[in-house]
Design a protein around this ligand. Sequence first.
Ligand SMILES: [Zn+2]
Length: 202
Amino acid sequence: MEQAGKKWQKKSIVVISVLSRCRHLTLTMVVYVLGSMPVKIQLVRRILYTKCLLNLCQRKQMAKKIKKRYHASKACKYIQLYVRLLETDANGYGKCCSCDLLLTWEEGQGGHFQPKGRNYNAAAFTIENLHLQCSSCNLYKGGNPAGYMQFMANNYSKETIEKIKQLSYETLDCNQIDDIAREYKQKCIKLDKTKNFKVNII
Ligand SMILES: [Zn+2]
């Protein structure tokens, strides 16, 4: 575990030194690359300082954004795994919420009713907003909104659906997102014990 951490740190340093030498790299690209890596916040600040493009306030905001993106993608990973385990049976079979296709937990995805947005809104971490979906609906049919809406109307009250829509305009801070990641990791571990197969939860 410790060795894996060191490996990542080494990789992060390499990526950061490359990024800081790229003159034409846009800040959006920096956020995107670093946001998907377990990069330490001090290292993120270092690259933003070396680029010398922003004033102090902007650098701090950018570093905050990268940190949030990293925590948010981690929380999304666990909440999506939880949905895939929750909505499939003990042998790992379940149905796509929007087209009823039979699929396994490995093929299924955690599809969002309200999109999570570029900056991960609060609905991205709301369990009622995520359900088992096939990749065809989730990726190629834009989430299959008609089928998804029908599923939501059959399973939730109008108030809950409105609440989810409202949450898509709200945001959570890093600590709240971190708590969600921890909570759903534990839930995944618990749920995994009820299955006839084993999931490697890391
Ligand atoms: Zn489907």
